[in-house]
Design a protein around this ligand. Structure first.
Ligand SMILES: *Cc1c(COP(=O)(O)O)cnc(C)c1O
Length: 478
């Protein structure tokens, strides 16, 4: 440990001495020192490697299988981004370095990467400024609503409500409540926000409308400019949930349309896998009028070309994340954007939308498609006839596929939500179509057999009622 540290950090920066004067035992109070060494198990490297390899193989993952989960993009992410994030100059940089006196001089590369990534987000989304601090999509939403609240408070506006359509992602109303607002739900009409329905709910107390776009039905909202116009009249702001930016990159810039806040999910769109509770990044971009309230510290580039952390923004909502958020995820996003470039990012959106529409068109005769028109990066369907979405999902497990999202969004009956993502080949999509057709056919010819699925996996279908009523907790994972 000491040698690696000394070589890679102290060696380069010259600020840390290579040989600490005292060892750890001399620096700690005697009362905190162990009397006996800890009883650690002794394991061979091979045993440990086999253990973790076995565990990894128990997971269903995007590296091994197609993962058609809608709403939370689960796409393959290229491995070169992992390589970039693991470079020792990044991975061994101490997160406190920029804050130490004179430390920013030793963290120029890291600060430059953050600054450049923020510029890229502004460029792609058309916003005036952005922050990479928030650590997940929902954390970005919370940050965004806090920015909106700061704006209204600063202007002396008395606002208490946030409007969320029923086609918004579930985290939207939760974030609004967490930030202190009352949520007003409005019904979508034909899969879209209807400007008249919105107008009826639009009182002076409305602080903002949170729009998921494409919405949870996989549809791109049509009436954006009319909605922006209506909001301006009551000084309400417009929030864009851009978690699924892989549907619109290079096609539309939310800032150009008049949105005031947008959040991204770097761990869906730009080079980090989503899921497993791993580190995420939910940057927020804002229009000119929200810039003064952005979280501090902000990364800035001085006239001398040097990068600094600046906390001197008196109207800021404060610091949202420890240090500056999840740096590794930002690096992967930057590597991804630089590798793909503008044309590449545009192609990401084109393939994401093409793949979703291919599946929608090829499955239209076996599933019921309530909004049967061009979709964005995903589409929703209903299980046909008497079939249940749950049975279809379980049947797909037997065919070797991860289940699609089911029973979400709530506004579609027996809902099956499918997102193939831009990274899948036509062969994979065709095989999935064939599997899903077989499952539906089995459900129609032998519903009991489908109801028993999965039968080919080592585990059977859970009796969920039984599991909830008499839970058996065990540490034996079999
Ligand atoms: C995934 C997602 C979120 C939440 O992102 P997390 O990083 O999981 O908190 C919000 N909105 C939409 C539309 C999403 O797909």
């Amino acid at each position: 440990m000491k040698t690696i540290f000394a070589q890679s950090v102290a060696g380069r920066t010259g600020v840390l001495s290579e040989k600490p004067e005292k060892n750890a035992a001399q620096m700690l109070p005697a009362s905190l020192l162990r009397k006996q060494p800890p009883r650690l198990p002794e394991l061979s490297e091979l045993d440990v490697v086999r253990h973790f390899t076995r565990l990894s193989q128990r997971n269903y993952s995007v590296d091994s299988h197609f993962y058609p989960l809608g709403s939370c993009t689960m796409k393959y992410n290229p491995k070169f981004t992992e390589y970039v994030a693991a470079l020792s100059g990044f991975s061994e940089a101490h997160p406190l370095l920029p804050q130490l006196s004179g430390g920013a001089a030793h963290a120029q590369g890291a600060l430059q990467c953050i600054w450049e990534m923020e510029q890229w987000l502004c460029e792609i989304s058309g916003m005036a400024a952005s922050t990479l601090q928030p650590m997940a999509g929902a954390n970005g939403e919370f940050t965004g609503v806090k920015l909106i609240a700061a704006y209204h408070q600063d202007k002396g506006n008395k606002k208490t409500k946030v409007i969320c359509p029923d086609s918004a992602h579930g985290t939207n109303p939760a974030s609004a409540v967490l930030a202190g607002y009352e949520v007003v739900n409005i019904a979508s009409k034909d899969g879209m926000i209807d400007p008249e329905v919105l107008e009826a709910a639009l009182t002076d107390e409305v602080a903002a409308v949170m729009m998921t776009c494409p919405n949870t039905l996989g549809l791109f909202e049509k009436h954006l400019t009319r909605i922006v116009e209506k909001l301006r009249r009551v000084d309400a702001l417009l929030y864009y949930d851009g978690a699924n930016m892989n549907a619109i990159m290079g096609k539309m810039r939310v800032g150009d349309v008049g949105f005031d806040v947008v959040h991204w999910n770097l761990h869906k769109t730009l080079g980090t896998p989503h899921g497993g509770g791993g580190p995420g990044s939910g940057p927020v971009g804002v229009s000119e009028r929200l810039v003064p309230y952005l979280p501090v510290p902000r990364v800035e580039k001085g006239k001398d070309g040097l990068f600094t952390l600046n906390g001197a923004y008196p109207k800021s909502i404060g610091q949202i994340a420890p240090f500056y958020g999840n740096f590794g995820v930002m690096l992967k996003a930057l590597a991804y954007v630089l590798r793909l470039g503008g044309e590449g990012l545009k192609r990401v959106s084109e393939y994401a939308v093409l793949n979703a529409n291919y599946l929608r068109a090829c499955l239209g005769d076996v599933l019921e498609i309530p909004y049967d028109r061009i979709c964005a990066h995903e589409f929703v369907a209903s299980a046909p006839g008497e079939l249940h979405a749950l049975d279809i999902a379980k049947g797909l497990l037997d065919k070797g596929y991860h289940a699609p999202t089911i029973y979400f969004p709530l506004i579609v009956k027996e809902c099956i939500m499918i997102e193939p993502t831009e990274t899948e080949s036509k062969e994979t999509l065709d095989a999935f179509i064939a599997a899903l057709r077989e499952v539906v056919a089995q459900g129609k010819s032998d519903p009991d057999a489908l109801h028993a699925a999965p039968v080919r996996l080592p585990v059977r279908r859970l009796d969920e009622t039984q599991a909830a009523r008499s839970m058996v907790l065990t540490d034996d994972m079999g």
